[in-house]
Ligand binder design. Structure first.
Ligand SMILES: C[S@@+](CC[C@H](N)C(=O)[O-])C[C@H]1O[C@@H](n2cnc3c(N)ncnc32)[C@H](O)[C@@H]1O
Length: 373
């Protein structure tokens, strides 16, 4: 079934991948024989639209899957059953009239309530214009009661146009109008609830809530899955994963971050408490360059999701600083008399080394078909 998927005009390259991950999460991407995972859905663009357009068409197996994806997504504004589209009001009317009656009638009957919302991309439409456009839809035989607060069915008249250069899109050749029934929209309370400005414990590189939730979606976070962040910092990514019901585990080389935070009520644990989320299974003080796993341990995590030190605000560090400076290369051994309280000194950890170690970690510790975000 084809649906109109309207995206927020943000993080453009991540929009389709997020929907594809969620389609997999909700069982819409059954792998073919011999495949471990299937990653792709079928997509189309409206006529004359560029890949950056907020309007895309996506083929999903059912309305239920579409609703679940929309509800959980960070970058989808809404998913709609398209009743018609066109470049002019006349074309739109013809398309809506052509849309099969048997698919329209269940939503137009006198026993249900409805609301029509007029929306445009890149321009504000005045209240008067909105009313005029709603009146212009009088050829649709709505028999139900209008309910602006809590309608049974919501219909959207959406338009995009070539409003000059300032709508942030590459030029769209023609105006396009869409009319459809809302199947699902995103949870608008999620990001305000988790925004960093009201979080107790944050640091200079704490991950923004929008990206953290987007990553948790790409990592298919859900109950019963174990998600590991090897660069946990203040725990933002794990907070998002825990919100979706996953079990979490994190590590960081900085002992102050994982053990102390800013005191007993302001640390990674208190971030989970703040949102009444289940606490991580464990937080390790561990160096991603010297993984703590016993020999032979493998296939433990369903997803590894992280935000490694890129060296922009803070560079990576790895254990063994003084030894490295002396030119001694090899495994770092802690002297026996210092085992209980020893914290190794650190040396710079290049991004290349860090990525290599992450790939090794993923290859070893992810379950087959696990996600690495
Ligand atoms: C970009 S920050 C992660 C921030 C985190 N996502 C958050 O929301 O607070 C990178 C983290 O990696 C840690 N780190 C740097 N080198 C490391 C290493 N070799 N092993 C583990 N953690 C390391 C830093 O201490 C820092 O907390």
């Amino acid at each position: 079934m084809w649906f109109l998927c309207v995206f927020l005009h943000r993080l453009l390259d991540y929009r389709r991948p997020e929907v594809e991950s969620l389609a997999e999460l909700f069982g819409a991407l059954e792998p073919a024989e011999g495949e471990i995972r299937r990653h792709s859905l079928q997509w189309k663009l409206p006529e004359n639209h560029h890949l950056d357009s907020p309007f895309h068409f996506v083929d999903l197996p059912s309305e239920k899957v579409a609703r679940n994806i929309a509800k959980r997504s960070i970058l989808v504004k809404g998913i709609y059953e398209l009743w018609g589209e066109g470049t002019t009001n006349e074309e739109l009317e013809m398309a809506i009239r052509r849309f099969p009656e048997e698919r329209k009638l269940p939503f137009l009957g006198p026993e249900s309530s409805f609301r029509i919302i007029v929306d445009s991309f890149g321009r504000v439409i005045s209240f008067q214009e909105q009313n005029e456009r709603i009146s212009g839809l009088s050829y649709i035989r709505f028999k139900g009661r209008v309910d602006l607060r809590n309608p049974d069915h919501k219909f959207w008249l959406m338009e995009v146009d070539k409003y000059g250069d300032n709508n942030g899109l590459p030029p769209i050749v023609e105006r396009r109008l869409f009319f459809g029934r809302e199947v699902g929209t995103a949870d608008r309370k999620l990001l305000p609830t988790y925004q960093l400005k009201s979080r107790k414990y944050i640091g200079p590189t704490a991950m923004d809530a929008e990206i953290a939730f987007l990553m948790a979606n790409q990592g298919l976070a859900q109950p019963g899955k174990l998600i590991y962040d090897p660069f946990v910092g203040t725990g933002s990514i794990l907070v998002a994963a825990a919100h979706f019901g996953a079990m979490t585990m994190g590590a960081d080389i900085d002992i102050k971050v994982v053990r102390d935070g800013r005191g007993p009520d302001c640390n990674i644990w208190s971030n989970f408490e703040q949102y009444a989320l289940p606490q991580p299974l464990s937080l390790l003080r561990s160096d991603n360059n010297l993984p703590p796993w016993r020999a032979g341990l493998k296939e433990v995590f369903d997803a590894i999701i992280c935000d490694p030190p890129y060296g922009v605000r803070a560079g990576g560090r790895k254990s063994g600083g003084r030894k490295l400076l002396k030119g001694i290369v090899g495994p770092y051994t802690i002297p026996d008399d210092k085992r209980l309280s020893h914290i190794p000194s650190t040396a710079p950890y290049s991004l290349t080394e860090c990525i290599n170690d992450l790939l090794e970690l993923a290859a070893r510790m992810l379950v087959v078909g696990g996600s690495f975000v």
